[in-house]
Design a protein around this ligand. Structure first.
Ligand code: 6PG
Length: 247
């Protein structure tokens, strides 16, 4: 069942998400010896990364493995790099071993970066399909998530966990590499984060318009838990009673 959790504001959302990340890390390490996470790109998750960086001793970082749900085709030091965002806000501040950071090679052509990233996933999970302990996702104003955009052929991909895509969205790089739907949907925990009034309309559409044809609606974990963590402005156009609210 999908859980919707509403907290007061973006700062509270970062704290709540960091608490969940920490708890899931502790549980996964206890159960499986490691914690695998696919980070989201974009700006929404940055306060979460900063929050985690402020409490570095609470997460067993030496057992955490970071992947990305998607990456833009830019070098890792480029301002549009999703890796760089996480590196600056989180990775450089916590004791995670460098070999536990499995970034997409945005500096390669996306058609080369996608199979290289799929191979890294295969090497880590021991099979083609990943089963991330946690997949973090953001939501675009057009209903995209990761780099799964409306109308994209990537939405129909069933054979590969990672594909190259092209999509124009705001002023962001068009060439990208993304996890596919089955790769995301195999996750144990999938956590969408959305903050701010600018997201209110699309949050309501994705959560309340059946068959809205938004890629985010295709995130339906096969055997995992899907949770939406919203701040009050992002949740302000929801009309139905959320399943859970807090903060
Ligand atoms: C990316 C993404 C993308 C992002 C949403 C939300 O690389 O652009 O992973 O799916 O999460 O577009 O972006 P914001 O958080 O910046 O609104």
């Amino acid at each position: 069942m999908t859980k919707v959790i509403i907290v007061s504001d973006a700062a509270e959302l970062a704290r709540e998400a960091a608490q969940r990340f920490t708890q899931l890390a502790i549980e996964a390490v206890a159960e499986r010896g490691r914690f695998s996470v696919a980070l989201s790109g974009g700006s929404t998750s940055v306060p979460l990364y900063r929050q985690l960086a402020e409490q570095p001793d609470q997460v067993p970082w030496e057992r955490v493995h970071l992947f990305w749900g998607d990456e833009r085709s830019v070098p890792p030091n480029h301002p549009d790099s999703n890796f760089r965002l996480a590196e600056e806000a989180l990775i450089s501040h916590v004791p995670i071993p460098a070999c536990n950071v499995h970034r997409v090679q945005g500096e390669l052509q996306p058609e080369a970066a996608a199979p290289a990233y799929a191979a890294a996933i295969h090497a880590f999970f021991g099979e083609i399909w990943p089963r991330f302990d946690l997949v973090l996702l953001g939501l675009g104003n057009d209903g995209h998530t990761a780099s799964l955009f409306p109308g994209s052929p990537a939405l129909r991909e069933t054979a590969r966990p990672v594909v190259a895509v092209m999509a124009n969205y705001q002023d962001r790089p068009a060439h990208r590499v993304t996890l596919t739907l089955p790769a995301i949907n195999a996750g144990h925990q999938i956590l969408f984060l959305a903050t701010g009034a600018a997201k209110a309309e699309i949050v309501a559409a994705v959560l309340q318009e059946p068959n809205g044809n938004f890629p985010a609606q295709l995130i339906q974990p096969a055997a995992g838990q899907l949770t939406w963590l919203l701040d009050a402005p992002a949740a302000s156009r929801l009309t139905a009673t959320p399943l859970q609210s807090g903060g």
